[in-house]
Design a protein around this ligand. Structure first.
Ligand code: FMN
Length: 305
């Protein structure tokens, strides 16, 4: 491991390191206006949702790391504390990149990047027609974290109206992640596309209990054939199989076949059973994987005695 003191490296190296490590980040495509009503549109990936009661989104147009200049978006929300946060899909990614050009203040990036401005209903800045989710927000608070180059300016927003294109809804009227095709920002010039094989599902731990990795026998915890993800799946089981269940499993044909085939070789028994458990876990058959591993462990323990 390299250990880095943030005060001992150049700010632009620190910026690159942190923005590469803390990723992927969602992108707020922020539409604002100045007090004369001139529109501005820029992407910000220092962005997220922080609560719903009140619904709170925060993004940060920081001071330029090179020139220490303040961004037009920040200056605009100080004049007109309203913003539309539009999500960015893969089909929008090149135009949003163009909109991030540091055009002089007053240049309308809707026109520069070729996006279509649509009037909002509750606030003055425009929405981006091409974005499937457009969120009208009032700015509730602005926190400047410093006045040096690269310092963050947190724009704390409350959602007042949300517009969702029907095309990204599922049949229950909820937003469908797979239909959205969002992009996220990684370090440097890298992006990630949240679709296809990049998306996967993971059940939330159920309720308030789980057996935990620490409840698994040492032969399982230190297995050379099980991965950290396997241990995570096993540890998320709510109950340990009972001694009777394990005994019944040991008598079942599948386990008897493995254990008879390799009974003379404990190393082979571990390898066969752990590889089979790994396969079962890939199919999300956590119960059988756990009981198989416990049965194998109990055979090993009996062998040692
Ligand atoms: C995907 C993406 C994410 C960005 N995220 C940020 C960010 O979080 N904070 C920031 O200050 N600049 C960010 N930038 C750069 C700004 O978009 C850029 O400085 C822009 O010109 C600011 O526009 P403005 O001065 O009109 O507000 C990002 C650029 C891109 C392409």
């Amino acid at each position: 491991m390299s250990t880095i003191d943030p005060n001992e490296i150049l700010p632009h190296h620190l910026h690159r390191m942190l923005l590469t490590a803390i990723a992927p980040r969602p992108i707020a495509f922020a539409s604002t206006i100045d007090s004369a009503g001139k529109a501005n549109l820029s992407p910000f990936s220092c962005f997220n949702v922080f609560g719903v009661n009140p619904s709170t989104l925060i993004f940060s147009p920081s001071r330029s790391g090179r020139t220490n200049e303040l961004k037009d978006t920040y200056l605009n929300v100080k004049e007109v504390p309203e913003v539309v946060i539009n999500v960015v899909t893969y089909s929008m990614v090149n135009q949003q990149n163009l909109a991030s050009t540091e055009f002089p203040r007053g240049v309308n990036e809707f026109f520069k990047s070729g996006f279509t401005p649509v009037p909002s209903e509750k606030i003055r800045p425009f929405r981006v027609k091409e974005s499937p989710v457009q969120i009208e927000c009032k700015v509730r608070q602005v926190i400047e974290t410093g006045n040096g180059a690269g310092a963050a300016n947190l724009i704390i927003c409350e959602v007042v109206l949300i517009h969702v294109n029907d095309k990204v809804l599922d049949r229950n009227g909820a937003i469908d992640t797979r239909k959205l095709d969002l992009v996220g920002r990684m370090g440097a010039d890298n992006y990630v596309r949240a679709s296809g094989r990049a998306l996967f599902t993971l059940e939330k731990p159920s309720g308030k209990n789980a057996i935990g990795v620490d409840s698994l026998p040492e032969s399982v915890r230190l297995s050379a054939f099980l991965t950290g993800n396997d241990l995570g799946r096993l540890g998320s089981m709510v109950n340990m199989p009972t001694a009777v269940e394990i005994e019944n499993y040991m008598g079942a044909q599948k386990f008897r076949k493995i254990s008879v085939d390799v009974s003379a070789d404990t190393g082979k028994l571990t390898e066969e059973t752990h590889k089979e458990a790994h396969r079962l876990l890939a199919e999300n058959n956590k119960y059988e994987a756990l009981i198989l591993l416990l049965a194998a462990d109990s055979l090993l323990m009996a062998d040692l005695q």
